[in-house]
Ligand binder design. Sequence first.
Ligand code: FAD
Length: 257
Amino acid sequence: MFQFKIVDKERLNDMIYSFQIDAAAIARQAKPGQFLHILPEGNVTLRRPISICEINDNRVRFIFEVVGEGTRLIAKKQVGETLNVLGPLGKGFGLYRNIDMPKIMLIGGGIGVFPLLQLAKDAKLSVKANSFTYVVLGFRSKKHVVLENDFNRYANKLHITTDDGTCGEEGFVTAPARRIIDSEEIDGIFACGPKPMLKEVAKLAKNAGIYCEVSMEQRMACGIGTCVGCVIKTTSGYKSVCKDGPVFDASEVDFDD
Ligand SMILES: Cc1cc2nc3c(=O)[nH]c(=O)nc-3n(C[C@H](O)[C@H](O)[C@H](O)COP(=O)(O)OP(=O)(O)OC[C@H]3O[C@@H](n4cnc5c(N)ncnc54)[C@H](O)[C@@H]3O)c2cc1C
């Protein structure tokens, strides 16, 4: 029932793979920021959460870095084989406010850039007068930069930063993000990446009075809110990343927990 055929596989760099599955049922319902729960098969029993990166008609694209056994097993799968996938799960971007805002900024760090691609695409498709999408993506170095062409297709202005300056601007995403906030009227910020990055982005947004949503990538087990293995502290108590998130209103998240 949850078996979907792999119709495309691409290796983006040493450790990162892009897959597309033929999954009309998922594609019909999926929203940017939601995730798939993928069973690696083999000697791994728990599913692994991977964000929905792009929806192309009946195809759902996801991209992941190989970090351990689960992702290593998924990466071994080939076009024509099937994957056991649950989804779409969780609550995506636009949860608290309509993302149909004229000027938005998407900020991604590392593997956190993946769920932002469909958001950039949706923003481009719902284009309105004065609408503009800034995208700021941060990576460790040039060899880690992925999806530059894909984001260039949908962003009005794309900024790339690398920690070591080997591609784009040297430093963290927060520097160009701050400049954009200072020079433009931004209506909303949508971010995904490591927790320290999200904490800084949330601070920037709060100081500028800009609505901000963040996607939290906590380790998780069940994926449907029953095991409470992925809870985070918020202003309204502990919440499950898998069921109440992974996208949260940034002003509600306790980043120091
Ligand atoms: C909602 C959500 C969406 C995600 N989307 C993506 C995505 O689009 N692309 C992608 O590459 N990864 C994504 N991740 C992270 C991905 O789920 C983990 O990297 C994966 O489960 C690791 O499984 P593994 O068996 O290969 O590694 P494991 O053996 O389980 O772990 C290997 C290493 O990765 C670390 N790790 C495992 N899970 C996480 C996590 N959630 N956050 C931080 N570190 C972790 C472990 O601490 C360990 O150091 C997402 C996570 C969540 C919660």
